[in-house]
Design a protein. Sequence first.
Length: 220
Amino acid sequence: MLPAAALDGQVTSWFDAVGPVLFYLIVFALVFAGTGLFVGIIIPFISGDSLLFASGILTANTPALNIWVLGIGVGIAAFLGDQFGFVLGRRLGRPYLDRRKGAWIRRAIDRAERFYNALGWWAVVVARFIPWGRVFVPPIAGIARMNYLKFLTANVTGALAWGVLITVCGYFAASIPGVKVASYVVGGAFILGSIIAGIVVWVRNRRATAAAVSLDASAR
């Protein structure tokens, strides 16, 4: 991962070179490509949390940029990236993921699959805050034929929470000491709460399945 100062400098150089409109488009395109085109598994620092935080800091110091345009645009780009991954997974199936090469990528796919199987709806939300999760959970949800409306609501929740939260935290970190630490605390609490809720749902589903099996056995 690039040091924070190096990425901040790189983001600033983009703005200096292309101006505000193209800067927005570059950030939005990188966020979309990070999930929709698997760029995030190769260079996570340039399409994930670090990019959003650095862009927020730059926006705080640049009158030509607007934090709400940036934050909401990032949320929409993240949403569209996940939608694209979900549709590809649903249409192309497991062979779509199996073509990914490299042992570490295979481990990330297997981990994301277990994560989705355990948490379901919550996995899509929480995955936004996890580099390997946001890349592989959407297509896995598509492969698993997750109900589209459920995926849609989870995607909206995760994309906006991640995109807007981290970008705005970067914006305020430029003027308020301690905001960066606070943002990770908030994000960690959000993830922890989501995981706990997901585990509760998983346990309930297991119990319901066990009860159904027991009832079926007794009926025989």
